[in-house]
Design a protein around this ligand. Structure first.
Ligand SMILES: Cc1cc2nc3c(=O)[nH]c(=O)nc-3n(C[C@H](O)[C@H](O)[C@H](O)COP(=O)(O)OP(=O)(O)OC[C@H]3O[C@@H](n4cnc5c(N)ncnc54)[C@H](O)[C@@H]3O)c2cc1C
Length: 416
């Protein structure tokens, strides 16, 4: 008989673990507290814009190999679309200057040696000054490792690290920043092609996983919140869901793939990150100009990244705690002004929606990074997954999938 695994939480980390174990022949049971799978990576119909939107614009890079392998395993790699070359158009709203960072299509970072492909007004020496970041210790601050000023910082390092860490880069963990730089910029253009779930996060990264799991006989229970664990002989013996409870046999395994706060509530004494940062997304129902690139980096404004989707312009603002309590209309007007300047469009504020995810990611500072636990626990049949576990990466889809894969591999390794 197939071994049984219970996965608590149907975010990307839980789903990636579930898919890996279902493919390995396990009897998989997924328990999700809310009525929708996907966690912080999901789509829904929004009445204000009359469009299906994502809770946040999610950008992947072609070097996110675990995330891409996950998409491949659920048959949707082709749903992650982007330009053939790693080209990033930028605009500086302070002076209107536009440029394109062209990382090319090589595995080596040859673009660094070509003035026409680098950030304008930067020299090779500016890039060499970033070297200390590459192998920096996680306990070090970005601000102590590299210069956080000057043209290269303002036009490339700041936007990249702000998006990756979701904190003001100087206060971020240099070790986490270094991991991102190693796996993207240092890996050349082939690892840096931007990829977007054009048909929506749920359609590309969530629903096909659910379908695959159901086809393999897995159960997925929505609205099934785990309230407590029952212990037995050094492991989990029972899952208590409030109205019902499930017995967990000694050979069965449990993967807890919930965010840090519920995880700490379920496992008293578990060390987890305790501080979080917001991400603000704004969506405008507006047809993007025909020649508009799918993604524009914006510096010198409120907006940081501008995405063009069919019928919709969307923006992301990271480290957005300063914006979460602003009146929504005021914020929408301010963001729309930046969008008009960056996209080269004009007009009154179109139908809009603002999504403020207050606890979008754990705070990627050295202090909070030190609180991330590994996948193994003191309980022999319980494993942890989630972007906040110790993946060596900031809170990203790539980190979530890695954590899910790692937890699944630990379950597989228990097999006699
Ligand atoms: C606005 C925004 C923008 C982002 N942009 C990007 C980006 O551009 N690129 C990128 O790579 N990443 C991005 N991220 C990060 C990415 O979304 C996360 O890293 C990833 O989705 C986290 O997945 P997870 O499975 O680790 O956690 P979660 O998505 O939080 O999943 C945990 C699940 O557990 C469930 N749960 C909680 N408690 C219980 C319980 N007691 N019982 C059962 N279920 C429970 C929750 O409901 C949830 O579904 C962004 C995040 C946000 C919010």
């Amino acid at each position: 008989m197939a071994k049984t695994v219970h996965i608590i939480g149907a975010g990307i980390s839980g789903l990636s673990a579930a898919v890996r174990l279902a493919n390995a022949g396990f009897s998989v049971h997924v328990h999700e507290a809310t009525q929708q799978a996907g966690g912080r990576c999901r789509s829904y119909f929004d009445a204000a814009t009359n469009l299906t939107i994502d809770n946040g614009n999610h950008l992947l890079l072609s070097g996110n190999r675990h995330a891409l392998a996950y998409a491949r395993s659920i048959g949707t790699e082709a749903g992650l679309v982007g330009p053939q070359r790693a080209q990033f158009p930028f605009v500086d709203l302070a002076n209107g200057q536009r440029w394109q960072l062209d990382l090319g299509d090589s595995r080596l970072p040859l673009w660094l040696f070509d003035k026409a492909r680098r950030v304008p007004d930067t020299g090779l020496r500016d890039y060499l000054a970033l070297m200390p970041l590459i192998w920096a210790a996680p306990s070090r601050l970005v601000g102590d490792a590299i210069p956080c000023e000057g043209t290269l910082y303002r036009r490339l390092v700041q936007p990249l690290l702000l998006a990756a860490l979701n904190v003001d880069p100087p206060e971020g963990s240099a070790g986490l920043a270094g991991a991102v730089v190693r796996e993207t910029l240092m890996a050349g253009g082939q690892a840096c092609r931007p990829l977007i779930a054009r048909d929506g996060l749920s359609a590309v990264l969530v629903e096909p996983a659910i379908e695959l799991l159901r086809n393999k006989g897995a159960s997925i229970q929505l609205g099934h919140e785990l309230r407590a664990f029952g212990l037995s002989a050094g492991g989990i013996g029972e899952l208590k869901f409030g109205a019902d409870a499930v017995t967990v046999g000694p050979d069965d395994a449990v993967i807890l793939a919930v965010p840090p706060r519920p995880a700490a509530g379920l496992l008293p004494g578990l060390k987890t990150p305790t501080k979080f940062r917001a991400i603000v997304n704004a969506h405008f129902r507006f047809d993007p100009p025909k020649d508009m690139p799918p993604l524009i980096g914006v510096v010198g404004g409120l907006v940081e990244w501008l995405f063009a989707f069919p019928q919709r312009l969307s923006v992301t603002i990271s480290n957005g705690d300063r914006l979460v309590d602003l009146p929504r209309e005021e914020l929408a007007q301010a963001i729309w002004r930046d969008v008009c300047a960056a996209a080269g469009v004009a007009g009154e504020l179109p139908p809009w929606q603002i999504v403020r995810e207050r606890r979008a990611t754990f705070e990627a500072t050295p202090e909070q990074n030190a609180l991330r636990p590994g996948a193994e626990t003191a309980l022999k049949n319980l494993f942890l997954a989630g972007d906040w576990t110790d993946t060596g990466l900031p809170a990203t889809i790539e980190g979530s999938v890695r954590s899910g894969d790692r937890a699944a591999d630990l379950v597989l390794a228990r097999r006699p």
